[in-house]
Ligand binder design. Sequence first.
Ligand code: B3K
Ligand code: ZN
Length: 893
Amino acid sequence: SVTIRRVDYTPPAFAIDKVELEFDLAPLTTTVTNRMQLRRAPGASARDLVLHGEDLELVRAEIDGKPWTGVQVSTDGLTVSNVPEQPFELTLVTTNRPSANTSLSGLYVSNHNFFTQCEAEGFRRITYFLDRPDVMTTYTVTLRASRADYPVLLSNGNLVETGELPDGRHFARWHDPFPKPSYLFALVAGKLVAREQRIRIRSGEEKLLQVWVEPHDLPKTEYAMQSLVHSIEWDEERFGLPLDLERFMIVAVGDFNMGAMENKGLNIFNTKYVLADAETATDIDFSGIEAVVGHEYFHNWTGNRVTCRDWFQLSLKEGLTVFRDQEFSADMAAAGGSPEAAAAARAARRIDDVRGLRQNQFAEDAGPMAHPVRPDSYVEINNFYTMTVYEKGAEVVRMYQTLFGRDGFRKGMDLYFARHDGQAVTCDDFRAAMADANQRDLTQFERWYSQAGTPHVSATAQYDAAARTFDITLTQGYGPASADAKATQKGPLLIPFAIGLVGSDGKDLPLRLAQDGQVLAEPQTTRVLELTETEQTFRFVDVAEEPLPSLLRNFSAPVIVSYDYTDAQLTFLFAHDSDPFNRWEAGQRLATRALLSLADAAARGDALSLDPEIVAAFGRVLRDSTLAPAFRELALTLPSESYLAEQIEEADPAAVHAARLFFRRALANGLRDDLMAAYEQNRVEGLYEPSAVDAGRRGLKNVALSYLADLDDPDDAAELARAQYDSADNMTERSAALVTLLQIGPSAARAPLDDFYLRFEKEALALDKWFGMQATRRGAPGERVLDDVGALMAHPAFSLKNPNRARALIFQFCMGNAAQFHATDGSGYAFWAEQVLALDAINPQVASRLARSLERWRKFTPALREKMRAALERVAAGVQSKDVREVVEKALA
Ligand code: B3K
Ligand code: ZN
């Protein structure tokens, strides 16, 4: 397979002044007529024009209206030889086969309707083109199809003409006035209906918003529409960025490879991120919709108006847009509450985001697929839509805001748009805008883009009572990494390191840094230190008592911090730290340390025990009614088994599972009454609302229920869960009750599981939950959940072709049920290999995601490792796609 390298970038040899596309849509064979106005790029002299194309049938080629015979078709494109010196018109007629397209890339059919997905390189499956993001042009698109079968015909931009054609066909013509790269092209055709809303933006212009779905789903579109309206308002308010088209459309599709796609003016969404009502969607689903609607909408500026020069720059749009959606979600959660409630809601969002980053991105960064935020090479670009590019990329963007403040960040954004609107640019251009707008040299900051691996910062402290000084020494470096990742690690990073000093009364001490020289009018209680050297000491002066440092507040940089806290110190911070993130973090450190030593004991076969002080510390937070329920829920949620395994040199998933279960039981037995009280006090009465406050209460209540189910005697919990299931008027309560019953045991869950199925038989997204909760069920000792998964694969409602369904059952088992997946007999790995190969033949992008669940195989005990290697080798021997091949070859290398 061919490796594409960033250093090999060359500008395109041709420019496309405009393009007109005509589609004669039919499921078996669709004909595309593509008329491009081409010219040589300045300074370019190539005789031949080389276009990308895949799985296309060329019918005809013309230049300036005359047949052109100098064309050569290959498996990945078309070469047009000896094209004219002067600008010319190239017409290409091709056909493709939408209903046979199971890859869901390019033009495909889902439930009898047509959809497209072009990012990253799907447009070349629609027509021959310069399918690269730095070729931007304006599109006029004519869609022709049977009116009866495809009454709705949509594409990017503005609708300019519609009309009738012979034989029951009709057409619609769309024009997008904004030049765009081909990956942002989209069309949709079919039997769809729209929820519509008109809004007036700040300029006074009126805009039409539409959310298109299948007719029976129309009642489930209210929240998506509301989220879109909020997104538009927020981007004008926070960044001064208006909606630039007359209309903005969202379309939902049931078969989709990922979450959603930001096609200009015509976002296409996985139904999962559009459809919701109280009965079928959980609080988490609602907040996912808000985040993804926001994310795709925000791409309109960060991605579409300013796009990427090449795919190595992907984080330019993705890291920035994730950061924007995180800020949007935090602002939405905080809206309307008291300052304290707002701060708590914000903190809960931050904790959630960081937990995801640490659990998944840190593991990626330590494994064989580790790559910098701006990768240096790839075989298949679709494999690089990663946690590193997205989530670590978002942290990198967040660091500019941490360094320069909100206003400084906004200045940088304004300059970025002033310089680059309408262009395809690089991560360096973004960094330069931030640097220039804030008059800062950000040369060193570049390393955040080019170095792979998670930085480690270790801290040591020294208090001098006589001199009243407190010295904190920070040392940065990297942990173990692959040779490729190591090769990128060239020097120290600029790390914004937020710190507070906590006094013996639990309150923050005022901070004065020695190098400041003068007393600040308002002494700060959190200070962002700028760590730039490998080792650096910062001195605080006038420190009245020996403080406890609160390190990396609000997770000010995506690093791992080590400091030699005692359990008592962590317990103190868990009870007092004014920074809610670090308050949560202290609990996580305390739990992680205990869990790792429990896992160690379990692996050795020793008896397990947990210090009652730790249970008591969690009890205090659980009972503290001054803390937001959402925060308490997060504080009570232990690090996942996969996160814990990642902290161990040679992980034994069974031991980790036993440790976590032991810890949960200790909390349940020790805090039974408090958990009961939390359950009772956080019932939410009245009409269901997916607000952050109500969701927080339900979350705490359901986490309490789940602990109660781990009591030695779970009968009370079972009764509560059954009652909750029966009386639930919303999916959050109903699914939490059912998951708890499954945790107690399959027999407790049998009846409600059947009820759930019958109730939601026709609701695809709810049925995904039904599959998912069975795949992630804990399983009694010696029980094989895989047997259930196998049986569910044969269920008439299961289909490997539908990505959501495959993810619900197969991915959930392989990625969300560590103890069962890593069964010592290797059955989980054999199942994985079989499913990766089966999916590979249908949909390489989906297969490749699943393939990644074995990439950390070297981290496990020798016995498991060998079985994993065998499974990887089996896939390597049978793989078809370069997507999966890249993943397994890198894993085995
Ligand atoms: N930009 C798309 C992702 C496309 C993935 C292609 N394999 C969605 C998003 O990040 O908003
Ligand atoms: Zn995105």
